[in-house]
Design a protein around this ligand. Sequence first.
Ligand code: IMP
Length: 423
Amino acid sequence: MAVDLLLGLQWGDEGKGKIVDVLTSNYDIIARFQGGPNAGHTLVFNDKKYVLHTIPSGIFHNDKINLIGNGVVIDPVILNKEIENIKKENVDISKTLFISRKAHLILPTHRLLDAASEKSKGKNKIGSTLKGIGPTYMDKTGRNGFRVGDLESKNWKTKYYDLSKKHQQLIDFYNVELDFSLEDLESEFFEAIEKLKKINFVDSENLLFESQDKNKSILAEGAQGSLLDIDFGTYPYVTSSNTTAAGACTGLGISPNSINDVFGIFKAYTTRVGSGPFPTELFDDYGKTMSKVGNEFGATTGRPRRCGWLDLVALKYACRINGVTKLMMMKTDVLSGFDKILVCTKYKYRGETIENLPYNLSEESLEPVYEEFEGWSEDLRELKSADNLPKSLNKYIDFLESELNIPIVIVSVGPDRKETLFR
Ligand code: IMP
């Protein structure tokens, strides 16, 4: 049985959590393949809002398997808080949540290293969520990491202290002031580890092989967005994992030829949180309206998100890298009432017009070239069917589909599960 992928095509926060939740009924297994608690996947149903950071967004469906794959990095303290929250909704995770033994753990000193590294960068800081993501992936690729499966060995604490000591030397090396008590951080960490040990640890690639042999359907869930990919994103203003389709192969152990549909999620406009280039960023009333109506604040850090028009050059690039087969356009309702909608279709760059992403997106000479569309005034949240979309919105959609050559199969018109129009 094939695996479908679902990933973000911009700088994250596209609304992946909502769509995974909507699509979960079509699958037996939802598997998260990369990132960690830097992600914040927001789900809204029955008039309540839930934010998940590490747990796959299928967890509210009691009969589905939710797998945290080997490519994910886990902070046990944050994971436990998530579990406590969802337990309040009578979600029983004992038979539905599984964690790969090969997933790496975020230690308290990883978080401190993240803070020290960011502080040392001054105004060139990445704008990291400071969850310890970069240092944990560095230890993974440097072959020093601490994996979930290590907790099954008797002397795991020795391994922990060896690594933590190394980190403390590195933190000293940064020579920046940090306000923390390692003792307090370690005490909540060790407490969380005892709870973590009660969750099902698995050799997740085998679980997925066996599930495929039994014809189970699998949805691989990405985090962050393609433009934050460590290789193809706006480096160095990126996260530390492969957020693109290839990350699902390495982050779960699924083979490229078992991938069927690749669902690409994008907002009808663009947002970015943290530092880094953003060619279509707006500083005027259009941007302010997107921010206000779209409630554009980070689900993990609460930071305001930067807002701008849709960047089709970047979106085409992301579709290509991921091999997107179906598109889903999110937060379309936010643009209701705009007198005009702009889409960046090209850039002016070093005196030429280009249609590809240049190596350095932050070069001063780079300027977006826009096409203008008529806006619409209708409140889309009331709509029950995509057949009733306003004429000018249909024009916008037709234009994007013809430029990208990929069908837009979902138009999302609000945060609730119910506010999802299928085309
Ligand atoms: P880190 O992965 O926490 O180190 O953050 C690196 C960059 O990626 C920063 O600009 C973050 O704001 C951004 N980032 C990380 N995770 C997310 C996410 O889930 N949504 C949006 N941006 C993110």
